[in-house]
Design a protein around this ligand. Structure first.
Ligand SMILES: *Cc1c(COP(=O)(O)O)cnc(C)c1O
Length: 445
């Protein structure tokens, strides 16, 4: 195994890593996976407490997803989606349309490529609509939308962004409704509404040059699982309608049940209409990736409305959306995604997870009450807290100490979060809570 680690250090440039730090904090060699467990070459098991960077939903080597991919392998592994089509991509598009209410699906391979697609599509829409000056973007403070150059322009994580600032396009960041930033005595809802007022003030002056607002609905993941009140989404929808700006929901991390509903934006309170009716909150674009294939294969999708779609439809080629990736709509990835949707239906996953989440929250009660813990927070299948006295190197020490206790977990700065695969059992969760407590009890971590 040491041999594998040194070969990896020599030949593999690991993502989001200062390679020199791997000497002190080496990567975990994984030979196999089984349900929520990662298994090393010596047979030691580690609970995948963060779902392999938030992608895994139904465990590793899930028999139903494996079977779907194997079946598809015997039919067609890949065919280009320009000038050809196939059953898995058509069925997936139909089912995603049914689930989101957005009937046109454009595919990419990673989350960041979905962000790029949504940004380009929005600006191109306004160009086709005769308003090419509407090409600016707004995002939230501390937001994360991926790390390719366009996506990084709307991302606001200084550690990832500052170095590349000269390469990026100027964008505007609005105050984040992160509930931890509420004033003393102010509710999360009141604070979210105050942030929405700031958004309105900006839009009132800049709508004419703004194409879209992009947000991570309810949970800003990469900054450290910041959570906010859903009324912000309702207000954002209302304001985007009033000021004629697109609303892009980046559900790359929170989609597919992570926040307790299939998609996080579903939790936005509906808009009251003049008269008696209400209007469901729906974004103009939804970006999906990560959990879409259950963590099996790279796939992303951008779903959008009829109004956006028809603005591209016409005789002029350049009016169309001339964007592509070689693996767009890969059939194996689409079959994995269809198997994931089947599991959601047959196992009634959203309802089952609600019960599971209540149970897991109880199991984490001692963690929530720990003297070092601040801002313990929970939504759906995400739990997070901040460690008050965390010092430099906390994240790596916590990671290594949890590994020694059979748990694979990677804090973000001083925030520890748990985002387990949905197949995690109460016994697994109890063991996870005990490992986290033991790490917290060690003042050297
Ligand atoms: C992970 C993530 C992305 C980027 O996805 P990649 O597949 O890593 O490119 C974009 N937005 C959000 C909210 C994410 O969590």
């Amino acid at each position: 195994m040491d041999d594998l680690l040194s070969r990896s250090r020599a030949a593999v440039w690991h993502p989001c890593t200062q390679m020199k730090q791997l000497e002190a904090d080496p990567p975990l060699a994984i030979a196999r996976g089984e349900g929520p467990w990662l298994i090393d070459p010596d047979g030691r098991r580690y609970l995948d407490a963060i779902s392999s960077w938030w992608v895994n939903l139904f465990g590793h080597c899930n028999p139903r997803i494996n079977a779907a991919i194997i079946d598809q392998l015997g039919k067609i592994e890949h065919v280009m989606l320009a000038g050809a089509t196939h059953e898995p991509v058509v069925e997936l598009s139909e089912r995603l349309a049914q689930l989101t209410g957005l009937g046109h699906a454009f595919y990419g391979s990673d989350g960041a490529s979905a962000t790029e697609i949504a940004l380009k599509m929005s600006a191109h829409f306004w160009r086709n609509a005769g308003q090419p000056e509407k090409n600016g973007f707004i995002s939230l403070k501390n937001g994360y939308h991926g790390e390719t150059v366009g996506a990084l322009s709307v991302t606001d994580i200084p550690l990832f962004k500052a170095t590349y600032e000269p390469l990026l396009r100027y964008t505007v960041q609005m105050p984040t409704p992160d509930a931890r930033l509420a004033a003393p005595g102010e509710t999360a809802e009141a604070y979210a509404l105050r942030c929405a007022d700031a958004l309105e003030a900006h839009l009132a002056g800049h709508a004419a040059t703004t194409a879209a607002l992009i947000v991570e609905p309810l949970v800003q993941g990469a900054t450290g699982m910041a959570m906010y009140h859903p009324v912000y989404l309702t207000r954002a929808r209302e304001l985007c309608d009033r000021y004629q700006v697109h609303l892009i929901a980046d559900e790359i991390a929170v989609g597919f049940g992570r926040t307790g509903t299939m998609f996080a934006f579903e939790q936005a309170p509906p808009l009251p209409l003049a008269g008696a009716g209400i209007k469901t909150v729906r974004p103009d674009f939804i970006c999906l990736s990560k959990g879409i294939t259950g963590g099996y294969l790279p796939l992303s999708a951008v779903l959008t409305t009829d109004a956006v779609y028809v603005a591209f439809y016409g005789d002029a080629t350049a009016r169309g959306f001339l964007h592509s990736h070689s693996y767009t709509g890969n059939p194996l990835a689409c079959r994995a995604a269809l198997a994931v949707l089947d599991i959601f239906e047959t196992d009634r996953v959203i309802a089952t997870n609600r019960i599971k989440a209540l149970e897991f929250t109880k199991l984490l009660a001692d963690v929530a009450a720990h003297s070092r813990v601040r801002h313990f927070r929970h939504l759906g299948m995400v739990w997070a807290f901040d460690v008050a006295d965390a010092t430099a190197g906390f994240s790596a020490r916590f990671h290594q100490s949890a590994l020694a206790r059979g748990v694979f977990i990677r804090p973000i700065g001083h925030t520890v979060y748990v985002m387990p695969p949905y197949v995690t059992s109460a016994d697994d969760m109890r063991a996870l809570a005990e490992a986290v407590l033991a790490c917290l009890d060690n003042p050297k971590i």
